[in-house]
Design a protein around this ligand. Structure first.
Ligand code: CAA
Length: 380
């Protein structure tokens, strides 16, 4: 067993840390406030190879491993979780989904642009009545021979307004249940595809979240991913990797909040000494650090499983369940350590606390992760 990172991993982590400090930190409060994320920063992340981290270089990707992916995700998330969710969805849901299950034509046409950040992508599974219960798809894709006709609504779609490529899950044959679901590549601008207004959110406010509407959208048959009826398994397999990305995001939010709290506790004085010298604060720091390191082990284990070719359904669910809990609890503690200053925007921890909550909800709520884990445990 070896817990150390390679020289290459350390360089990748440092590059992500530098980028987060120099490019993401300035303006992060304003972006959260105004709910914006500039295209210019997406372009820069593309140049650094952050938009196609694990994609084969022959499709324009960086060809890195999953450990590198979680290191990058952690560093970006310490500063700006709105930026990191954009990176996570593009990498582990869209690029991975296309690379693992797309045809060579689909990879050449779409993946090559998505992996460089020239274009970005969205993953469209959730619906008004199908969040956790993802097999209950109301969106339909009727087979018309050489094309499908898509109708329905998708909710809470990350990168919903600014994407060029949308992977859309829809029901083709209701009688077949989840085996009658397909996944399709839909392009922005296809006739009948409308993007609704942006959601006004509690956290990750810089990320671009929209409702999407499909009204008789004609999708060519060559845009279906995998065999007929593979769509639900496609979503499940892809989400297993996505959950590693969100677990790493949660780890970053937790460690970002912890680092700010530690620094503050060494500067702020009360009762004649720095507050870290009071056991009430020192014990909080001890608990935070321990919990965060435990979350890191689970996140790294899930990434390692994926890199080794092991099944990672359970390890990714455990990593997301635990890291998101740690992000929520420890970001609250970071606010507490900051006292009144923690409640104002310029100290950053209130934003991290708001951002933490979504990690317990998207890409499968904590309750859904417990379904996945408990089924795995019982099955053995
Ligand atoms: N890999 C491969 N196949 C899988 C699988 C996996 N990880 N998980 C399930 N399946 C297969 C099952 O084997 C089964 O197929 P067969 O009948 O052929 O064996 C089929 O899928 C149906 O599985 P279940 O019977 O387990 O289905 P279920 O209705 O009990 O639901 C669930 C399972 C795990 C609860 C699933 O519905 C789920 O994950 N729900 C949460 C959805 C979710 O994560 N949504 C996130 C939205 S995306 C997002 O948030 C992105 C963003 O923008 C940030």
């Amino acid at each position: 067993m070896d817990f150390s990172l390679t020289e290459e991993h350390l360089m990748i982590r440092d590059a992500a840390r530098d980028f987060a400090q120099t490019e993401l930190l300035p303006g992060v409060i304003e972006r959260d406030d105004k709910q914006t994320f500039p295209q210019e920063l997406v372009r820069k992340m593309g140049e650094l190879g952050f938009m196609g981290i694990m994609v084969d270089p022959k499709y324009g990707g960086s060809g890195m491993d999953t450990i590198s992916y979680v290191l990058i995700m952690e560093e970006l998330s310490k500063i700006d979780a709105s930026a990191s969710v954009m990176v996570s969805v593009n990498n582990s849901l869209v690029c991975y989904g296309l690379e693992a299950y797309g045809t060579e034509e689909q990879k050449q046409k779409y993946l090559t642009k998505l992996a460089t950040g020239e274009q970005i992508g969205a993953f469209c599974l959730s619906e008004p009545e199908a969040g956790s219960d993802a097999t209950s798809q109301a969106t339909t894709a009727i087979d018309k021979g050489d094309h499908y006709i898509l109708n329905g609504t998708k909710n809470w779609i990350t990168n919903g307004g600014r994407s060029d490529v949308y992977l859309v899950i829809a029901q083709t044959d209701r009688e077949k249940g989840h085996r009658g679901i397909n996944a399709f590549i839909v392009e922005k601008g296809m006739e009948g595809f409308d993007i609704g207004p942006k959601e006004d959110k509690l956290g990750i406010r810089g990320s671009d979240t929209h409702t999407l509407q499909f009204n008789d959208v004609k999708v060519p048959k060559e845009n279906r991913i995998g065999e007929d009826g593979f769509g639900f398994k496609f979503a499940m397999k892809t989400l297993s990797g996505g959950r590693i990305g969100i677990a790493a995001q949660a780890l970053g939010i937790a460690s970002g909040a912890y680092e700010l709290a530690l620094k503050y506790s060494k500067e702020r004085k009360a009762f004649g000494t720095e507050i870290c010298n009071h056991q009430a604060i020192a014990f909080k720091l001890a608990d935070m650090y321990t919990e965060i390191e435990a979350a890191r082990m689970l996140v790294m284990r899930a990434a390692w499983d994926k890199d080794q070719g092991n099944n990672y359904d359970m390890s990714s669910a455990m990593a997301k369940l635990y890291a998101s809990k740690v992000a929520m609890e420890q970001s609250v503690e970071a606010v507490q350590i900051h006292g009144g200053n923690g409640f104002v925007k310029e100290y950053h921890v209130e934003r991290l606390m708001r951002d933490a909550k979504i990690t317990q909800i998207y890409e499968g709520t904590s309750e859904i992760q417990k379904i996945v884990i408990s089924r795995g445990v019982i099955k053995g």
